[in-house]
Unconditional design. Structure first.
Length: 162
């Protein structure tokens, strides 16, 4: 059985992430969405919330076979624990590749885990969690970028931020 991990900070999980997970399902028997910490980003939502948002999005989209797990430490250790030899990441553009490449090489170097890159759907390539938060922060429309529950949680969290 081939298990792959789709990792990310998912702050929050978007419909762009959903597209990549759907594509990853075509490559694997078992897909685990790994909600991890990116040391270079400060998260709006805690790990529990980010796991919950990913689960809600996947369930509403009919992808309940996809498991969502918190990755508490090193991604490669998590891959080892769950028996995944491959990480799957989505790419929207060249900038994504620039930031993903060092991580993929580091992960392979320290553990042998290979990263497979999937090209996301171009019509979703403008969707980035950071931009969705910024649009929501200013009251913009985000209903076609995240699940409805995630959109509500975002507006609430950002209204409490001020
Ligand atoms: O969605 P992101 O922020 O691009 O995802 C990056 C993430 C969270 C997958 C990466 O920062 C990560 O793997 N964090 C877990 C800790 C770890 O393994 N760090 C070493 C990365 S080479």
């Amino acid at each position: 059985m081939r298990t792959v991990v789709c990792p990310g900070s998912f702050d929050p999980f978007t419909l762009g992430h959903l597209d990549v997970v759907k594509r990853a399902q075509q490559l694997a028997d078992h897909v685990i969405v790994g909600v991890a910490r990116n040391a270079g980003k400060s998260a709006l939502f805690n790990a529990e919330q980010r796991v919950d948002f990913a689960q809600r999005t996947l369930q509403r989209a009919g992808l309940s076979a996809v498991e969502v797990r918190h990755v508490p430490g090193l991604l490669t250790e998590f891959c080892d624990e769950v028996g995944a030899k491959h990480i799957v990441k989505g790419l929207r553009n060249g900038a994504d590749l620039d930031s993903e490449l060092p991580m993929a090489l580091m992960n392979r170097s320290i553990s042998g885990v290979e990263t497979l890159f999937i090209l996301g759907e171009p019509s979703l390539s403008h969707i980035a969690s950071s931009l969705v938060k910024d649009v929501a922060r200013h009251g913009g429309e985000i209903s076609n970028m995240v699940d409805v529950d995630v959109a509500h949680a975002l507006y609430l969290a950002l209204s409490e931020e001020q």
